[in-house]
Design a protein around this ligand. Structure first.
Ligand SMILES: [Zn+2]
Length: 185
């Protein structure tokens, strides 16, 4: 199966690209890490950092910011290997949509205010996870993936909380941009 030189070269490339981004070092002295830092502009890093100071508790939570292929615009989840820890001691991953040929509506093309709205929304998810133990989170994950009604309610509450944190303009800009882009599926 692996006898072709092309297959070997392809496997090598896949392994290299996998480890180049996944093996992100989490700093002990800093709360926030940006994977493949070259993918993040100075402004985007600044947006993540300043939004963390708005959503209470986010500036003192270990968070990995990551650009990756997603089914939606953004995603927040605990880092799997830290999921057993006390909620406040876990590391969380906030992912945003990576730009490539398949993802026209990616993080890089959003206006700055929409980026802020998106990061704010994901950080509210993170703060919600911090109130949930392992089994509560597991149960939530099951309901979230199986029940559309529950998913809609969680997203509605998350948007409302983001707006209550003074980010109404940013959330609205994000929704408006996605709606008007003609790129949303
Ligand atoms: Zn959400």
């Amino acid at each position: 199966m692996f006898d072709s030189i092309y297959t070997k070269a392809l496997l090598f490339l896949i392994i290299i690209s996998f480890f180049s981004c996944v093996g992100t070092k989490i700093h002990d002295d800093r709360f926030h890490t940006f994977t493949c830092k070259s993918e993040w502009s100075e402004t985007e890093i600044e947006i993540c950092e300043s939004t963390s100071t708005i959503i209470e508790g986010s500036d003192s939570t270990k968070i990995i910011f990551k650009k990756t292929n997603l089914p939606g615009q953004g995603q927040a989840q605990p880092l799997l290997r830290t999921v057993w820890r006390k909620p406040k001691n876990r590391t969380y991953v906030v992912s945003v949509q990576f730009c490539n040929k398949r993802n026209d509506l990616c993080f890089d093309i959003l206006p700055d205010s929409a980026k802020t709205g998106l990061v704010g929304h994901e950080l509210v998810h993170v703060q919600d996870y911090k109130n949930r133990g392992f089994f509560n989170m597991l149960w939530m994950g099951i309901k979230y993936s199986l029940c559309k009604k529950y998913r809609t309610r969680i997203e509605y509450v998350t948007d409302s909380t983001t707006i209550a944190n003074g980010m109404g303009y940013e959330v609205l800009n994000l929704l408006r941009f996605v709606e008007n882009s003609g790129l949303a599926s």
